[in-house]
Design a protein around this ligand. Structure first.
Ligand SMILES: Cc1cc2nc3c(=O)[nH]c(=O)nc-3n(C[C@H](O)[C@H](O)[C@H](O)COP(=O)(O)OP(=O)(O)OC[C@H]3O[C@@H](n4cnc5c(N)ncnc54)[C@H](O)[C@@H]3O)c2cc1C
Length: 325
């Protein structure tokens, strides 16, 4: 029976939502096509993660556990992936589109002498491989793509599918894996983490994004308060990261992060194409802008026309009241 293999991405011992989205889609395709859906965890605590995965319906769970995976290093991850693919022999290897999958996708395809389709926004099976859609040119164009091979390797944008919870009594199988330090070509010296990443922006359920109209401390405090009451991640347009008002790691857009929250609130952001490229996949888009002709209103589900300094204080108060009740 053919297998669709989802590679699970883990951050600080937590499964990334984007992996569960890909797994849910693979579960659906496997059940519609008489195939098996399997999940692969490569982590220093893979067996613990595997237990959590039983809530998300895979037919099989494979683990590769080794302390070397505490931090992402391409060489051991690639070796682990190749080992797993040789053993499982899947029809498709599906990753969530993350920084770490970008690092290894092409190398795995070269290693397996097969095709890779990156950053898909939807995918389906064909007789020989995979077909689907891929936003390109800062999401201005959606291309239709198809690849054949064995396996076809794909990565999928976060927010493309819903997470479906489903109990499973999947078998957990540990794959044999050895790695010695001599095999390392790169040594990790230091990780410099950003203190501003209060909530992981690319995984956040709610994002509040600030634009150039947030021009002073009062405005930034309003953004923080709104984010705090909604337990949201804070993002910013390039206008504000370039001005030094927000950390560059918080930039959303073509040259920043891609976010796909359930709710995105853009405050004083005009909606330039380079910004929209990073948030267009959001489920519900709310825009607050004093210019009724701002392009962001073309893609917003809800728009509030007015001055953010007048709109946000009562808006935050109302949200606080709702939360209290
Ligand atoms: C190659 C390239 C890559 C880029 N990559 C990115 C990227 O990754 N991310 C990104 O964001 N940008 C990117 N940009 C920049 C992008 O083109 C825009 O310049 C930028 O997104 C504009 O940011 P903004 O919407 O905050 O500012 P503006 O376009 O200046 O808009 C500010 C908005 O705030 C509104 N406003 C002002 N005051 C108030 C107020 N008091 N109350 C309510 N509304 C108010 C105004 O009406 C206006 O619509 C890139 C540009 C290039 C050329």
């Amino acid at each position: 029976m053919s297998t669709l293999l989802t590679v699970i991405s883990v951050n600080d011992g937590k499964i990334k939502r984007s992996s569960l989205e890909v797994l849910s889609r693979c579960n659906e395709l496997a059940s519609n096509n008489g195939m098996k859906s399997a999940a692969l965890v490569i982590d220093s605590k893979a067996s613990e993660i595997a237990e959590q995965l039983k809530n998300y319906g895979p037919d099989e769970i494979y683990t590769i556990e080794n302390p070397i995976f505490k931090n992402h290093l391409n060489t051991p991850v690639l070796k682990a992936l190749s080992t797993a693919v040789s053993q499982i022999n899947p029809k498709v290897v599906a990753f969530p589109s993350t920084e770490s999958s970008k690092d290894v996708l092409g190398a795995l395809a070269a290693n397996q002498q097969t095709a890779a389709l990156s950053d898909m926004s939807e995918f389906d099976l064909t007789d020989n491989g995979v077909k689907g859609k891929r936003p390109v040119m800062a999401s201005k164009i959606i291309s239709s793509v198809e690849a054949s091979g064995s396996p076809v390797i794909i990565s999928v944008r976060s927010g493309s599918y819903d997470v479906v919870e489903k109990e499973s009594n999947a078998n957990i199988e540990a794959i044999d894996f050895n790695f010695s330090d001599e095999e390392l070509q790169i040594t990790l010296k230091e990780i410099i983490s950003s203190s501003s990443d209060r909530v992981d922006l690319s995984e956040a359920e709610v994002v509040v994004a600030a634009g150039r109209g947030v021009k002073d401390e009062e405005g930034r405090n309003l953004i923080s308060e709104l984010a705090s009451v909604l337990n949201a991640g804070i993002g910013a347009s390039r206008a504000l990261t370039e001005a030094g008002d927000y950390d560059p790691s918080l930039q959303i857009g073509q040259t920043g992060k891609v976010v796909s929250p359930q709710l995105y609130i853009g405050v004083a952001i005009s909606g330039a194409i380079q910004h929209v490229a990073g948030m267009a996949n959001s489920k519900v888009i709310v825009a607050i802008n004093k210019d009724p002709d701002a392009p962001i209103f073309d893609i917003a589900d809800y728009g509030l026309v007015g001055d953010l300094y007048k709109i946000l204080p009562p808006f935050i108060e109302e949200l606080k009241k709702i939360k209290q009740n």
